[in-house]
Design a protein around this ligand. Sequence first.
Ligand code: ADP
Length: 545
Amino acid sequence: MLGTMQEAPLLISNILRHGQHVYGDSVVATVVDPSGAAETSTFAEVGERAERLAAALAELGVGEDDRVGTFLWNNRTHLEAYLGIPAMGAVLHTLNIRLFPDQLAYVVNHAEDQVIIVDGSLVPLLARVRDQLRTVRHIVVVGPGERDALGTTLDYDDLLAAAGPGYAWPTFDERRAAAMCYTSGTTGNPKGVVYSHRSTFLHTMAVTSAATLGINERDRVLAVVPMFHANAWGTPYGAYFVGADLVMPQQFLQAAPLAAIIATHRPTVSAGVPTIWNDLLRHAETNEVDLSSLRSVTSGGAAMPRILMERFSERFGIGMLQGWGMTETSPLCALSTPPKGAGPGEEAQWRAKTGRVIPGVEVRVTGPDGEVLPNDGVAVGEFEVRGPWITGSYYGDPSPDRFHDGWLRTGDVGSLDAHGYMQISDRTKDVIKSGGEWISSVELENEVMSHPGVFEAAVVAVPDAKWSERPLVAVVPAEGTSVTAEDLVAYLEERVPRWWLPERWTFVEEIPKTSVGKFDKKVLRAEHAEGRLAVVEVPPPAPSA
Ligand code: ADP
């Protein structure tokens, strides 16, 4: 027996129409300089501009399933593209502006983008690969900037002005492609993930749900995560659907402008990688920083150091949450909301967890032979995930090794407890295999970073003749301190098993970061292998695994 309910397809045009008409007065503020000054548009205006964009693209010959790339900062234009391109039945392809040229050319060609919308300030970056782009028929430039390097281009505002409003959004199968995003490709070529209308719609409901971030009309969301990185974690669609104002920071993400943006626009919700929040904390040591408007701050995309959460709470009175997800998972899968009944003294221990699986997603942990391990918070294995916003394959690249009986293998290692709290101890490729035992690079980083003389620290595995691998710790000392490797070893002796104590240390000005601001351990390992890091050796205590 079937239900009697109507079968309305879950389409991005529904998100667009709802935000445009029901919350037409809500606003998108696009920051235009480091002081936080912004240009503001209403949701009604954004909706109409998305209609004009669709009409203009149709005029250029963009039809069903055609890919339209965006090479843009987080701003109003990008939101128009997020809404208008999928709603017309074309496919939004958000391009990572920090990819190496070869990778950028690879993803545009692999996705067969027909049109690219590029910010005027980013023209030189796109121009580097223009000759290699095989399928791009039109380049549309937004705002001022030297355009000649790209050859013939079109102007975004001219196109929108010439197009009429009131595009008739088509209805189609909700499983059709809405948007695509390539993983950063830590090994090999980037892999394409294709979000459907249905998956995006359901993920949008999930990020606004009270069980997660509870975003609603009374909120003002600061979209720190780049919109080319896993849908900015779903916040643009979420905010537009429920009428929450959006603050779009463009390229002004360094601590000083970010502090100014927060003080000026008073957002209530934000989410970003740990390095963004750590930089803000450092800035707050010598500057006035007012985060009192924020009711919710999430750190995700990489392990949140415990000390970051503790200092955030001491300095700003904000209890951070940790989120977990991947490009492959839309991305939100888990959020470290404390359980009911957790007293104020206990909350921190829950917030420090990787996250509690959110409604709509299933998570399990599997052992080396693929066997499912118990959810007892102790058994450690690889996380696998399943659900309506989790990818079931990669675009044009089956990669069967990444899937297991219909579950996505995440490459993340850790444990799951009976109440759905995940604790990641490492990525399979980052864990240190020392004498047949595993050392968690994340746990070591956590302990090293809790030393007051340390600003940032990353731990990688390096080859070792005796133990096969041992940890190398790269440390950025806190300003005005002169911490030594011996100090840190002495500090760790109380905190980690003896055989974890690292012998190899290197002091650096900055930890290399990926295109989305995470520690780039691949680069650190390469720098070490090429002898480019000055390594300080602290002899024993020898490991006794
Ligand atoms: P990349 O592999 O380039 O980082 P993604 O942005 O898709 O691409 O990153 C997904 C990965 O980020 C996860 O598989 C996991 O290793 C890591 N990650 C995300 N959130 C967390 C978290 N809260 N704690 C630890 N690792 C995380």
